[in-house]
Design a protein around this ligand. Structure first.
Ligand code: AVJ
Length: 318
């Protein structure tokens, strides 16, 4: 990207952040979209989270993809063109591609071009000679696949339980839009975290080392830097709570006291104990996940899990 284009994109991002923050912080209860957690520091902290002893999802899913690689590859069959929605560092994409029979191409899709380079090169190393065709697009919206894929059978790949960040209705909308993007006869390999004991979930989102707390509080630091805000970081604390009715872990920033902050020239007031809801991570029971996929026009063809039943990887058929 040229310097001017990059500056344009950054200015647009900042405007969107400010608009979201003003809307979310004047709502009751206060909320902020979780996508803003991932600035450079947030991405670094998330990477650190994935290695924490309490945070089981990444290592469990990786173990399933590793140990079941042959079964997964057999179910998918040869010649697949794999489209990964939000590839992150490309570690899981590389793992999947290494195990598949004679894949046709790897297509990482992300709105942030800087994320795509790392993922693309990681897969290129894991699978030398494989066509890697990055697409810069917001994967929550429809987008066009590279023409070069031709008639290769399409496989969507959406690991990490990122599906859990959507409200269930949004998850259905996402899965059905992805179906439209991938086309008739496509399949989808989907990672989904499972409902389990509240104590295990709460520890995974409120670790002893305080990394998840730093990840959550970094959102206020970002607003101070990019949205002209003046949040006192020590005046808020991190809370992770299991919402039993909605079957999701919620992250909140709790105001330790009655206080005011300024953001983009506006005043935001907080009562003592008032929270900003910054993320929901929905957990699924297998039957609910199958129903969700069904509502989006997919059929569950296979499901793999770990011996403790912590996490699930699904093969959906269109
Ligand atoms: C990257 C969205 C899957 O919800 O588990 C980790 C993000 N938030 N710890 C998750 C997250 C707090 C993560 N996802």
């Amino acid at each position: 990207m040229s310097g001017a284009l990059a500056r344009d994109a950054a200015a647009q991002q900042r405007a969107a952040l400010i608009a979201d923050a003003l809307a979310g912080l004047s709502a009751h209860p206060k909320t902020l979209p979780c996508k803003w957690l991932y600035d450079a520091e947030g991405a670094r902290l998330f990477e650190e989270i994935t290695r924490l002893p309490e945070y089981y999802p990444t290592r469990t899913e990786t173990k399933i993809l590793t140990e079941q690689a042959a079964a997964i590859a057999a179910a998918i069959g040869p010649g697949a063109a794999v489209v990964e929605f939000g590839p992150g560092d490309g570690a899981k994409g590389a793992l999947l591609m290494a195990g598949l029979q004679d894949p046709a191409a790897y297509v990482p899709v992300d709105i942030a071009p800087e994320w795509l380079e790392g993922a693309a090169s990681r897969v290129a190393v894991a699978r030398p000679g494989l066509p890697v065709l990055p697409v810069v697009a917001d994967f929550t919206q429809g987008f066009a696949l590279p023409k070069r894929l031709g008639a290769a059978p399409r496989l969507g790949f959406f690991p990490g339980s990122t599906i859990g960040n959507f409200e269930p209705a949004e998850a259905v909308a996402f899965l059905s839009r992805a179906h439209g993007t991938l086309g008739r006869g496509a399949r989808m390999l989907l990672g989904a975290d499972l409902v389990k004991e509240a104590a295990v979930l709460e520890a995974a989102y409120d670790d002893a080392a305080g990394v998840t707390a730093a990840f959550n509080l970094n959102l206020l630091r970002r607003l101070n830097r990019e949205a002209g805000a003046d949040f006192a970081l020590t005046a808020f604390r991190h809370r992770a709570v299991w919402n039993d009715r909605l079957e999701r872990i919620e992250m909140h920033l709790v105001s330790r006291q009655a206080q005011r902050a300024r953001l983009a020239g506006r005043e935001i007031r907080f009562a003592e104990g008032e929270t900003i809801h910054t993320e929901s991570s929905h957990k699924y029971r297998p039957d609910r996940l199958a129903a969700l996929a069904g509502a989006a026009g997919w059929r569950a063809a296979a499901m793999w899990t770990d011996p403790a039943g912590l996490f699930s990887v699904w093969l959906l058929e269109g």
